[in-house]
Design a protein around this ligand. Sequence first.
Ligand code: AMP
Ligand code: ZN
Length: 515
Amino acid sequence: MPDHTFRLYNALTREVEPLVPSQKSEDGSPLLRFYSCGPTVYSYAHIGNFRTFLTADLIVRTAKAIGWEVNYVSNVTDVGHLTEDDTADAFGEDRMAKALKSKEGEQFANVWDLARHYTGALMADWQALNLKEPTIRPRATEHVREQIRAVEVLLANGHAYETDDGVYFDVPSFPDYGKLSGNTNIEELVVGSASDSRDVVVDEGKRDPRDFALWKKDDAHLMQWHSPFGWGFPGWHLECSVMAQKYLGETIDLHGGGEDLRFPHHDCEIAQAEAITNKPFARHWSHTRFLQVEGKKMSKRDGNFLTVHDLTAAVEDGGRSDWGAPIDPLALRLSLISGHYGKPFNFTQAALKVAAKNIQKYRHADDAVRESLEANREGGDNLKSPLGDAYADARAAMCDDLNTPEALAAAYRGVNAILSHHRQEPLSSIAAQAASDFLERINSLLGIIRHETDIEVKSRDNDALAEQVDALIAHRTEARSSKDWARADEIRDELDALGVEIMDLPTGTTWRNKL
Ligand code: AMP
Ligand code: ZN
């Protein structure tokens, strides 16, 4: 594999620069350690969220296309995110508790139930849009111990202090605070943290208005844990720095998320992590610009708030008739990646229609190639060289700060070459092989031709286990359909003991090895 440079805009240096993995994998290839902020699971994820997750997915795919291994961690926030979390005090209502009280929340018995449901829905959308499964998808609620430990270390080393209401990070103790966003002007920060908030409940015990919450004391909170600083829950910023370091090490190669996370979330993560280790937290930072729908910010009131769930579901299952649901999930994927991640993106119905047509074209090419491989026709090779060039152009475009418009244009050129050759004369077996290799490689890079089955591949790692798990899942499905919930729960526990995680998706129950 030739040596490739993967250039990506680095928000820390404000330059497009080579992304450099600092470690090697076991086989000697570069190992990219990448953390991407995941969603808060209090409702269905919207297409803007997925635009950001797709950027992460494309980073992973591009890295793999140039021969790197990737340790990719993307979390699930199921506690700690308050409605006014972009203020330093972290006040407002808990997002999960608020969702429970809403109309949609009526179907859930408690916040845990709600989180479980929307985590499952997230995984279903993730698979539908053909995103690679992260190497690890940690949940904040399963890492509260580690977060408490981090607060203890920060208290002990003088970067945090306790008040009657919580524990706060002492911003003046960390002179680099704000280095990512450039928000270092104290007056601005104070104004920023108080904006729109006439009823901000400022903790009188805070030493500096910029100090942000690491732990909120609250023994009436719906999700609470016992800690040395009292019952309560962790501040939202803490989970990401703690889980990133737990799974990827003290200094990671790349950290990403949507543009709104640059400040305060990512600057707070940097402060927490670096105040503990005295080492740089992440060397490269990437942010995806926001998506708008038909030129406007998505909002429920304007009726342009689009979830992947609504767009891909049949109308009788809650799909959006005004958008022509159900929409082919790969067309939605293609549409969402068609604009450069670093520029604001306008999602339109017209562009979605064009994407749907293009996806059909990819499918036709795929069908023609399969048919030609089976037909095994004699003849020469007139596709290898143009398709080799088209793939090399697509990969080079992705290595150039994820230039998806150019990469997609190169992929399209290749597909048109396949279809026009096939129209002139059905593909020979050699040409069909070249075309098949091209489609396979383009699909690995961009994921737009057919779904990959990451999860199934993982489950087949161990045939004996797979058989046992499949049998248990079949029994559980039976138990569920005869409403024998106790037996269904028992089987879930047995599966849990076998170290597998099951996911109930609209297409049936699937599973994977727990990591
Ligand atoms: P949240 O669940 O609000 O934490 O969001 C999950 C991810 O989606 C974060 O990385 C956000 O920055 C990102 N995000 C939220 N809204 C948009 C949008 N309109 N366009 C792109 N990314 C977004
Ligand atoms: Zn985060």
